[in-house]
Design a protein around this ligand. Structure first.
Ligand code: FAD
Length: 382
């Protein structure tokens, strides 16, 4: 067994940590407070190669392994959940389906811009009446000559309604399977297509500086060449995308836990009560020890899942475990971190308050904790 990171992986950690400290940390609280998605910061993240990290260089990607990408998300999340969300959704959900299922023309058309961070692409799965039950989508696509006509709506779609949004992958019903269940196919729908409207969603508790959208498709006509893969492959493509996406949500849990823990440890060493730093009280020290322990376990779990993926071995069970565990570890860590800060932990001036809020999405997005337990229990034969 070799627990050392490669030189390239160490370099990614060092560079992304430096970038997050110098470019994200100074503005994160303000962007969160004002609920502002920053185009400038997104472009900067693109400039240092944070989009298309695992995509081949021929499409302007970085050609790195999955673990390098996960380390990058971890390091951004250590400072700010919103920017980590933009990167994680950009890579796994936006670029992923086009890279893995797109034909050459689609890849050449979209990937270079997406990989350079000049544009963002959305992943349109969730609908108002179909969340965990992704097989209950109602959006339809009907053939009409050489075109398909899409009708329906999507909700909570990341990166889909800002100045940089170029388009979205949409899962739509295209027929009925022999077993009576709906047949799903994915389509690439560009912004500006008549009948397609993207409306930003505001007043979020979490990820306030990330872009979240509600999408409306009112008889939207797309050419047949915008179909992703084969007719009927949509559901499978979406589920496989989520397997990999789960690792980036897990990385956000790990990085967020690490960031909140570091803030709490620093505060505990500085804050004096009863004549000594509160870190000297066993009740506080044990909380921090538990945080350090769980973060270590979480890191080993997610890195192992990435190791499997990088060797093209099955990793879906481990990805579900990592997503569930890292999210819940961050939940326990932010709770301890706020407790260690006492009343100050409830004030926006202290960063842990933001970590506390941002954590909650991780229990819900890309398959809730309950859904992860269903996935894991199926893998273990229940
Ligand atoms: C900020 C944000 C960004 C998002 N980004 C995207 C995106 O880019 N693309 C996208 O497609 N979606 C996105 N989502 C949607 C997200 O994936 C869904 O919110 C999530 O899958 C849960 O669906 P739901 O909200 O409809 O909850 P529901 O599915 O209605 O679940 C409600 C509750 O019921 C529980 N539940 C449901 N079914 C079961 C069951 N069978 N057994 C046990 N418990 C169950 C759930 O675990 C949960 O606790 C985003 C959401 C948010 C908030």
């Amino acid at each position: 067994m070799d627990f050392d990171l490669s030189k390239e992986q160490e370099m990614v950690r060092k560079e992304v940590r430096r970038f997050a400290a110098s470019e994200i940390a100074p503005v994160a609280a303000d962007l969160d407070e004002k609920e502002t998605f920053s185009i400038e910061l997104t472009r900067k993240m693109g400039d240092i190669g944070l989009f298309g990290m695992v995509v081949d260089e021929e499409y302007d990607g970085q050609g790195m392994d999955y673990l390098s990408y996960i380390i990058a998300v971890e390091e951004i999340a250590r400072i700010d959940g919103s920017q980590a969300a933009t990167i994680a959704a950009g890579n796994s959900l936006g670029i992923g389906p086009i890279y893995y299922y797109g034909n050459e023309a689609q890849k050449k058309k979209y990937l270079p811009k997406l990989c350079r961070g000049e544009a963002l692409w959305g992943f349109g799965l969730t609908e108002p009446t179909a969340g965990s039950d992704a097989g209950g989508s109602k959006t339809t696509a009907t053939p009409d000559g050489s075109e398909w006509v899409l009708s329906g709506s999507k909700i909570f779609i990341t990166n889909a309604a800002c100045e940089l949004s170029l388009g979205v992958t949409v899962q739509a019903v295209t027929g009925t399977r022999p077993n009576g269940k709906p047949e799903y196919t994915c389509f690439l729908v560009e912004h500006g297509t008549p009948g397609f409207k993207a409306v930003p969603m505001h007043k979020k508790m979490v990820w306030r500086a990330s872009n979240t959208a509600e999408l409306f498709f009112d008889d939207v006509r797309v050419p047949a060449k915008n179909m992703l893969g084969e007719k009927g492959d949509g559901f499978h493509q979406m589920l496989q995308t989520l397997d990999a996406g789960r690792l980036s949500i897990a990385a956000m849990g790990l990085g967020g836990a690490q960031g909140a823990y570091e803030l709490a440890l620093k505060y505990a060493k500085q804050r004096v009560q009863f004549g000594q730093p509160i870190s000297k009280f066993q009740a506080v020290a044990f909380k921090l020890a538990d945080c350090a322990l769980e973060i270590e376990c979480a890191r080993n779990l997610i890195y192992k899942a990435c190791w499997l993926r990088d060797r093209e071995r099955p990793f879906a069970k481990e990805a579900a475990m990592a997503k569930l565990y890292c999210s819940e570890v961050m939940g326990r860590v932010v709770n301890h971190a706020v407790q260690v800060h006492g009343g100050y932990g409830l004030m926006k001036e202290y960063q842990v308050e933001r970590f506390y809020r941002d954590q909650k999405l991780l229990d819900i997005g890309e398959g809730t904790s309950e859904v992860q337990r269903i996935v894991i229990s199926r893998y273990i034969g229940c």
